[in-house]
Design a protein. Structure first.
Length: 476
């Protein structure tokens, strides 16, 4: 059977409207009508996707808040550009240290508990940040950002691993889009809300609010999320049987608790996660994606202040619009484009490459043009177009994570997100250095443009949808 031949019926009410429930096609030999979906309401796997969507909202809100709050923080502590760059990269430094380990643990024991602890500890670190700042100043803020990153690191691989237990191959693209919609929604919440709260109540209150919200959500997740269909109290017997028939046997065995991993298998798995070109195609794309996205989210408030004299509270509309466009493309454009490509006979690999190719090629050109803009509104329009095309990637390389392996989803996504986090770590200091040496934003935008173009070429020429465990998958 062909993976990726259908669309997820629903992961939230808005996404549900993208696909009629009467739509029919085969999934690994089973008709969609026999997929266990109720005649009315949502299937259990839709609810799981929605809970992970909420997790991404909370995670991103915590992470993105500092991009705006650093302006107010540095007004109080008088930061240099270098200090500001290190504060913005501190989270990513910690984030990159625990993803591979978190993915390996998730592959063996499951992702639900890992997600619970990761969200709760991340929130606690944010809550503790004002106290750390009072005692140690900027150093305390940076250290707590690192701690928050360490706690948050396992979230992405644990989420991918958990979804692998729930989703048939044909439902992955839209599920991946739903998760990235959570990232955009979290940014939409964090960017304007953090600025508004900081202006009226101070940056400390803003951090406390985001941190406490995360701790509360961790309890909600633990109560209502489910590890796999066999353990889910709201999964129907029909849906459970369908998922048992389409989830790879090894994954199903691990989900049931029968999987074991020795030290030698762990080393072998790590090597497998590094030895295939198809995996490096995804890793390179993820690196460039993170560098570009976090360049904008981390530095846009400073860019509007330096270039147009707009403080974050004055530039709130400009800062929010790219995220509005991003979420619109995620919810409306990506599903429609996916349906169009499928109707034209495009297979999984062609669709993945078209989405990621467009998602890099157009932003590469726009990043070259943004420094030439002479007013804030044109700049915002170009940033918004950039974010709109970047929203195509969830149906491209991000969905590809679930295509290329049937047994090591946590490990592979952990390696990929670790490499991507390196981009988030080195990006802010690199931009600060370029600004200081060139006294201009142009070199920074040119660097991001080059990375996007290079990643697009690599992905479109070396990516694959064949699992590395299959006989054909051993060939590259």
């Amino acid at each position: 059977s062909k993976s990726g031949e259908g669309l997820l019926a629903s992961s939230s009410p808005s996404l549900a409207r993208c696909l009629p429930r009467s739509h029919s096609m085969s999934v690994d030999g089973a008709a969609l009508g026999s997929s266990g979906r109720p005649a009315k309401g949502f299937a259990a796997r839709d609810r799981v996707v929605f809970f992970i969507f909420l997790c991404r909202v909370v995670q991103t809100a915590m992470r993105m808040a500092m991009g705006t709050l650093v302006v107010y923080l540095c007004e109080e502590y008088t930061c240099t550009d270098t200090a500001r760059g290190w504060i913005l990269s501190a989270h990513a430094v910690g984030y990159s240290t625990t993803q591979i380990l978190g993915g390996q643990v998730a592959d063996r024991y499951g992702g639900k508990a890992i997600i619970t602890y990761a969200v709760a500890l991340s929130g606690a670190a944010l809550v503790a940040t004002p106290a750390a700042a009072a005692s140690f100043g900027l150093l305390g803020v940076g250290v707590m950002q690192v701690v928050m990153g360490v706690a948050m690191g396992p979230l992405f691989p644990a989420s991918i691993q958990l979804l692998a237990r729930w989703l048939p191959a044909n439902e992955r693209a839209l599920a991946s889009t739903a998760l990235d919609t959570g990232i955009t929604a979290g940014s939409l919440i964090a960017v304007p809300l953090s600025g508004a709260v900081a202006l009226r109540l101070g940056w400390r209150v803003a951090l406390l609010g985001f941190g406490l919200a995360a701790v509360v959500f961790a309890g909600v997740w633990q109560r209502f999320a489910s590890e796999d269909p066999a353990q889910c109290r709201y999964c129907s017997e029909e849906e459970r049987k369908f998922l048992d028939s389409v989830v790879p046997r090894r994954v199903a065995a691990i989900a049931a608790g029968s999987g074991t991993t020795t030290a030698s298998e762990g080393i072998s798995g790590m090597l497998e996660g590094l030895m295939y070109r198809r995996l490096w195609a995804i890793y390179c794309a993820h690196f460039a994606f993170n560098f570009a996205m976090y360049f904008v989210t981390s530095w846009s408030a400073s860019y509007y202040l330096d270039t147009f004299g707009l403080r974050p509270d004055e530039a709130s509309l400009h800062l929010a619009m790219p995220h509005v466009v991003n979420i619109t493309v995620n919810v409306l454009v990506s599903p429609a484009l996916n349906r169009f490509l499928r109707s034209r006979g495009c297979g999984d690999l062609t669709c993945r490459r078209i989405f990621t190719g467009l998602g890099f090629a157009v932003p590469a050109g726009l990043f070259r043009l943004i420094p030439l803009c002479t007013d804030a509104y044109t700049t915002t329009a170009f940033f918004s177009l950039t974010f709109g095309f970047m929203a195509l990637h969830p149906s491209g390389f991000k969905a590809n994570y679930m295509d290329v392996t049937t047994t090591r989803g946590g490990l592979v996504s952990g390696i990929g997100n670790t490499i991507a986090s390196i981009a988030s770590s080195i990006g802010p200091p690199a931009v600060a250095y370029l600004r200081q040496t060139a006294e201009s934003w142009q070199p920074s935008f040119s660097l991001v443009s080059f990375l996007c173009l290079a990643a697009g070429v690599v992905y479109c020429t070396t990516s694959s949808v064949t699992p590395i465990e299959s006989a054909a998958g051993k060939d590259d």
